[in-house]
Write a protein that binds this ligand. Sequence first.
Ligand code: BG6
Length: 516
Amino acid sequence: MQEIQPTITQRDIICAEIAAPPTAMVVFGASGDLTRRKLLVSLFELFKRGLLNERFYLLGCGRKELSDEKFRQIAQQAIQEESGDTSAKAIEPFIKKLCYISGDYNDTAFHKDIRIKLDELDKKHKVDGCRIFYLAVPPFLYGTIIEHLGSAGLSCPVETDSKQCIRLVVEKPFGRDLQSAVELDKKIHKCFDESQIYRIDHYLGKETVQNILMFRFANTIYEPLWNRNYIDNVQITIAEMIGVEHRASYYDKAGALRDMFQNHMLQMLALVAMEPPISFEADHIRDEKVKLLRSIRPFKPDELDDFIVRGQYGPGSIDGGQIAGYLDEPGVNPGSGTETFVAARLFIDNWRWKGVPFYLRTGKRLARKDTEIAITFKQVPHSMFISAGLDEIPSNILVLQIQPEEGISLQFQAKRPGSKICMGTLNMNFNYRSVFGVDMPEAYQRLLLDCMIGDQTLFNRQDGVEVAWRLLMPVLQAWQNNEASPYEYSAGSSSFPQADSLIESDGRKWRKLGEA
Ligand code: BG6
C-alpha cells in the first residue's frame, strides 16, 4: 500500500491552556508505583510548562516511614528516570514543594495529623484555593480513607462561605462489579458531592482519545457518513506486549474484562459512537456517553460465547525472547482462570447504529503494541470495473491510531499510473509527531491539570461507571460460575481461534496488529 502525506494547515488552531490556581495536592499512596511512575513526573512537566501555580505544594501520605528529605530524593530519582536527562538543578524548585507524612490509613489520628499539617502548609505556601485528595492506593483502602477524610472534616471547606474547593480523585477500578461500585459510590457520596469527585480513566487523558471528539464534531464531512448507512463495522483494539509485570496480586483478581474492557474499551466505544453533545461542557458530553452505553445490546447468558470470549496467555516468544505463560508469572495463582484477553462483538441498538457490529479486543502479551479504532466503510454497491476483473473493490478504512504512533489514516482506492484500469489502495496518513513535532504529553498531565482547574469533562460520572458494570454483569457472573478455563493463546501471538471465529462467523476478519 502506498503512503501519501497530507499537508496540514495550522491556521486558527486554538491552543490556550489555563494554568492551575493555587493548589494543595494530597496524595495517598505517595510511596507507591503510580505516584513514582506517573504523578510526580506529570506534575513536574506541568511545572516546567508554567501551568502549575507558584503557590502549589504536594503532601505525600503513606504507610512507609519517610522523611521529607528522603521523599524528595525518591521523587527526584523518579522524575529523572521518567523524564530522560533532566538535571537535578532543574528539578530542585519543584522538589522543594514536596513533603511527606506517614501513618496508618485506618487510624483516625493519622487523618487529624494530616489536617494539622495541611493547615501549616497552606500558610507556608499561601495556598487558599484548591485542595485535592488523590487516592493512589489499592482500591480496598478507598472506603477507609474517604470515611476518615469525612470524619476529620477534610471533605468540605472549613467555612461554608470559603472560596476553597475540595476535590477527590479516585483511580480505577471503581468497584469490581455493579454492587461494589454502587457501595463505593454511597461511601464517597456520604462525604463528597458528585461535583467534587474526579474518577480517572487515563485513556480519556490521551491526546488521541480526546481527538475523537474534535475529529467527529469539528468537521462536517464525516458526520453524514457516521452511521449504519455507510459504516460496515468498527473494530477497537488495545493490544499490549507487556504482561502483568509486578501487578499480579491486583491483576489476578481483576482480569482483562475489569482492567481494560469495563473502562478504557467502553469509553473509546462511547466516544466513537455517541451522538453530538450540545456543547463541550462536561455534563453534556457525559450525558451522551451514558446514553450510548445504555443502548449497547445486553449480553444474554445463553448466547454468551457468540458475543464475548476470553483467553489467557501461555508460554511463547516476543521479539525473539522467551516469555513465561501467565500461570508462571510471579504472584499468579497457578490454577488461575483469570483472562488476559477479551474479544467481543457488540451491537448498539439505536437509530444510528442498528445492525453495525462493533468488534472489541484487548489482550496482554500480544505480538505488537497497538491501540486503534478502525472504521470500515461499506463497499461500493456495484463495481463498474468488473470487466477488468475488479469485482471486489476494497472498502475505505479510517483508522484512528491511538498508540504507539498517534495519527489518523484513511485508506482509499485510486488509479495507479500505467494501464487504463490499474487501481491500488493508498493510505493518506497523518502522524501527530511528524506534523506537530512534539511527543504526546502523558495523559496524567492533562487529567491533573483539569482536576486543578475544576473541569470534569475527561472524568467519569457515576452513572457511566454503573451502566458499564451493568452491561458486563452477565459476563462476570457466567465466567465466575463457568468451570471452563479461558482459551490459551501463545505469548507473542495476535489472537486465538475462538476470538477469530467471533468475527469470521460474520464474514469479516480482525485487522492485523500494527496494520495502519
Ligand atoms: C491500565 C491497566 O489501566 O492501562 C493496565 O490497569 C494496562 O493493565 C494499562 O497495561 C494500559 O495503558 P496504556 O496507556 O499503556 O495503554
